[in-house]
Write a protein that binds this ligand. Structure first.
Ligand code: NDP
Length: 268
């Protein structure tokens, strides 16, 4: 991995906290130049301070649901030089049953987690294709392969990414652009606090599953490794990763296990 990322320009969305922050630190340690995006300027500045080369990085505040902002930011960054790696990491989760969730929440989850990713990918793709090089990494979830309780809108938005990127990969991988989709299990970040409740308010509570999950720095180093190895889809987590195999080979058993999980924790 040594030197692979040296002086590569890596654009990370959702870089103001959690996994995006851990990725920025990991990339900077590997010699990359990071472009840090999210809505919170304070959060981005905080992340930048934690990198090894804050003066080389760029901070580009951005709401991925705002197509105009995405277009302008991409135009300016590409004028400076090619972006080698795009990390579509910005995302928001959900903690609510389907029947208690407003339609507006289903739409917001789709706007951030799916359309935000499509919009940025589409803006940057022509530049990558014109150089016949580049890598687009998207942070999906185990919930992008298996629908757990309280996540129907979130799981749908993450499942949608797989269809989009499988198709895109079939269009561009022979033209020099590498597509990687990462499915993390539970990671110890503020994702539950920032998740949407059924009424669209922040859930604002801790989840034991996330608190006991994988460390974001550990996840980040596995993601860098997967990029170097030119993987197409990877699953990183603890026991929950087994849900993917269970769904494939024993779907009835998985449903029973998820029903039990729902009954044990019906408070959401
Ligand atoms: P955090 O809540 O810590 O981080 C989410 C990031 O997304 C923040 O930097 C936030 O920044 C940014 N973001 C949210 N909405 C927007 C928006 N409209 N425009 C731009 N940026 C936005 O959670 P994680 O770090 O855990 O999540 C990162 C990714 O990993 C997400 O896609 C999530 O779905 C995925 N994931 C996380 C798992 C976990 O267990 N933690 C498991 C599986 C997948 P700001 O508010 O400043 O805009």
């Amino acid at each position: 991995m040594e030197n692979y990322f040296k002086e590569k320009r890596v654009w990370i969305t959702g870089a103001s906290s959690g996994i995006g922050r851990a990725l920025a630190i990991a990339f900077s340690k590997s010699g990359a130049i990071c472009i840090l995006s999210a809505r919170s300027l304070d959060g981005l500045n905080e992340t930048n301070k934690l990198t090894v080369n804050p003066d080389l990085n760029m901070i580009v505040p951005l709401d991925v649901t705002d197509e105009h902002q995405v277009k302008e930011a991409t135009k300016k960054l590409v004028e400076i030089g090619p972006i080698d790696i795009l990390i579509n990491n910005a995302g928001v989760s959900q903690r609510s049953t389907t029947e208690s969730t407003d339609m507006s929440v289903f739409r917001s989850l789709m706007e951030v987690n799916y359309f935000g990713v499509v919009s940025l990918t589409k803006q940057l793709l022509p530049s990558m294709l014109s150089h016949s090089s580049g890598c687009i990494v998207t942070i999906s979830s185990i919930a992008g392969k298996v629908g757990p309780p309280y996540r129907s809108g979130y799981a749908a938005s993450k499942h949608a990414l797989h269809g989009f990127f499988d198709s895109l990969r079939s269009e561009v991988s022979h033209r020099g652009v590498h597509i990687l989709v990462v499915c993390p299990g539970y990671i110890n970040t503020a994702i539950a606090h920032n998740a949407l409740a059924g009424d669209g308010q922040k859930y604002n509570k801790r989840d034991d599953e996330n608190a006991n999950g994988l460390d974001p720095d550990d996840l980040a180093s596995r993601i860098l490794h997967a990029i170097v190895k030119k993987k197409t889809e990877v699953y990183f987590g603890k026991f929950e990763v087994n849900a993917i195999r269970l769904k494939r080979f024993f779907p009835g058993l998985l449903t029973k296990m998820l029903n039990r999980k729902f009954l044990k924790d019906p408070k959401k």
